[in-house]
Design a protein around this ligand. Structure first.
Ligand code: DAH
Length: 344
């Protein structure tokens, strides 16, 4: 049997010869197994043999054997890279592969719905106004004709910050702020957040959105209110939707009404309908003719001017339009929910 040194030399040549013939990545792995395989690899066997040598022989053979092992490992790694990268480049250049889907984000469904509402009113010559979310008692209640300690205040479940400041319970205070600054004619809508002391459940949250509307001019009548709201709702829900006006009460309008729209889920045909409770109608807004006292509070002469106003719940109307049974879905930031409204 030849000496270990000769064998090292032999396998160095053998490896050099075989490595020069390698054409694909699969062969690299075969070579690795043949030389470095755990049990029968050529070098593994040489290392076994090395253990049986005497100290003097070990000295020279050990260094050569280790060198050969490192050379083989390095060469195989290099070769592997070379053989793999052209395939990768080819893959990257393959323009027929489907692109990776990127999610770019999109406006929140409430924002989309609010914009739709704005678009309809803007097309009728309205402009869009805003007001503060932290309000004084005066704007949220008093100027809107709620006398101090009036029981009507209780139904608004107000979140107070201190004796004077509160989180607005509706968008109506912005009516006052605008009328203090602008003289009629006024044609505005006011979208925004409002706050009430509510325990969250499928149809209530302590924060939600409303849009207020206000028209003030000479000769404005209830017919204008009805005609405008009818046009608005039909543009939003389609020409065929039915609506009805029910008498109601708000301190800042006289007369007052609540407006219901026909249930688009059951059309009044399902006594157990989850959306309308079987009534066939869904209340979406309050409205009325601006109370003369409100005009007096902002120095507009009620003998000269008249006006109408409305306040609509954006979330609840959006729930109805998109048939969403849970208001909380809007605010949980679950992308599986939000992505359904991505219109890109
Ligand atoms: N602010 C009322 C609410 O939050 C809704 C409302 C009713 C607004 C009648 C109005 C109106 O402008 O005329 O319940």
């Amino acid at each position: 049997m030849s000496s270990l040194l000769e064998k090292i030399d032999h396998y160095r040549r053998l490896f050099a010869d075989q490595v020069s013939r390698v054409k694909e990545a699969r062969q690299v792995e075969e070579l690795r197994q043949a030389f470095l395989g755990r049990k029968k690899g050529h070098l593994t066997l040489l290392f076994e043999e090395f253990k049986t040598l005497g100290p003097d022989e070990k000295k020279s053979a050990g260094r050569l054997l280790n060198e050969l092992k490192t050379d083989i490992q390095n060469l195989l790694a290099e070769l592997e890279q070379k053989l793999q990268s052209p395939a990768r480049v080819k893959q990257l250049e393959d323009l027929t592969l489907p692109g990776r889907q990127l999610y770019w984000g999109s406006p929140h469904p409430i924002t989309l719905f609010q914009r739709e509402i704005e678009r309809i009113f803007i097309s009728m010559g309205f402009s869009v106004e805003e007001g503060p979310e932290i309000e004084t008692d005066y704007y949220n209640f008093e100027a809107l004709n709620f006398p101090p300690h009036h029981p009507a205040r209780d139904s608004w479940d107000t979140l107070y910050i201190n004796d004077k400041l509160l989180l607005r319970t509706h968008t109506s205070p912005v009516q006052i702020r605008v009328m203090e600054k602008k003289k009629p004619p006024i044609r505005i809508i006011i979208p925004g957040k409002v706050f009430r002391r509510e325990t969250p459940d499928p149809t209530h949250l302590p924060m939600f959105y409303q849009v207020e509307g206000l028209v003030v001019d000479r000769g404005i009548t209830f017919a204008h209110l009805k005609g405008t709201l009818e046009y608005f709702i039909k543009t939003l829900f389609g020409e065929k939707i039915k609506l009805r006006f029910r008498p109601s009460f708000f301190p800042f309008t006289e007369p007052s009404a609540e407006v219901d729209i026909e249930c688009i889920v059951c059309g009044g045909q399902d006594a157990a309908c989850r959306v309308c409770g079987g009534s066939g109608w869904k209340e979406i807004l309050g409205a009325g003719m601006v109370d003369p006292q409100v005009f007096k509070n902002v120095n507009i002469d009620p003998e000269v001017y008249s006006g109408w106003a409305f306040g609509l719940g954006i979330d609840r109307t959006a729930m109805f339009a998109f048939q969403i049974p849970e208001i909380r879905h809007f605010y949980e930031n679950d992308l599986r929910f939000l992505r359904q409204f991505n219109r890109r």
